[in-house]
Design a protein around this ligand. Sequence first.
Ligand code: 13P
Length: 257
Amino acid sequence: MATARKPLVAGNWKLNKTVSEAVETVDALKPLVSGVSNVDVVVCPVYTALYSAAQAAAGSNVEVGAQNGYTKESGAFTGEVSPQLIKDTGCTWVILGHSERREYFTESDAFLNEKLHFALSAGLKVMFCIGETLEEREGGKMDDVLTRQVTEGLKGLTEDQFANVAIAYEPVWAIGTGVTATPDQAESAHLFVRGLVRDQFGDAVADGLRIQYGGSAKPDNAAELISQPNVDGFLVGGAALQADSFAAIVNAVSAHG
Ligand code: 13P
């Protein structure tokens, strides 16, 4: 079904880059993507670099996002950062539910659903990550896992709220491994996820929802992946750390039109 979904390409810098390195990368990226108006471009530094990166990106077509956000605005929650404070730095996005958060910090579907609602209520846009492990895929559990992550994770969202949500399908076996999902694997997973969203939230939401692919996305595989009808952009890890390789992905997506 032909729909005009504007691609979304985001760099998840994970636990990398000092403040000055983050600013340098944003400064290097800006001229490389300044001509791109048909793709939303986001970089996601660590918390400590958000303000400086957002200042560096101000006035450009590069947006800045955080990699996590808590479920409370303020109070006695040592070490946490609220979506309101993320927004205060000049950020417009937050990544929630990354597999590293799910695995290393035991974030549950219910907790992520709470985070999602709270981030949206604070006025942030959310990239909500889902994806199966290799064990789950090989054990025939992939559909069940994606169904659970979508059903529990997106529970209670209204149609209006979906305007500020993207899903990132990131098969865990492809993250940081150099093994990328084939275009067919990505397309069939994205189609399945869009179908789940269609069943639960209707055609308008499903047709408008951007589903990014993440997992060893690189300049040399971006064109093939983005040519799949249900792949609407990327969430890039390693290849987003350098401005030139990230820009090459953005430009490959832009060229696809
Ligand atoms: P890589 O691109 O390094 O595989 O990481 C993907 C990812 O986890 C983005 O969130």
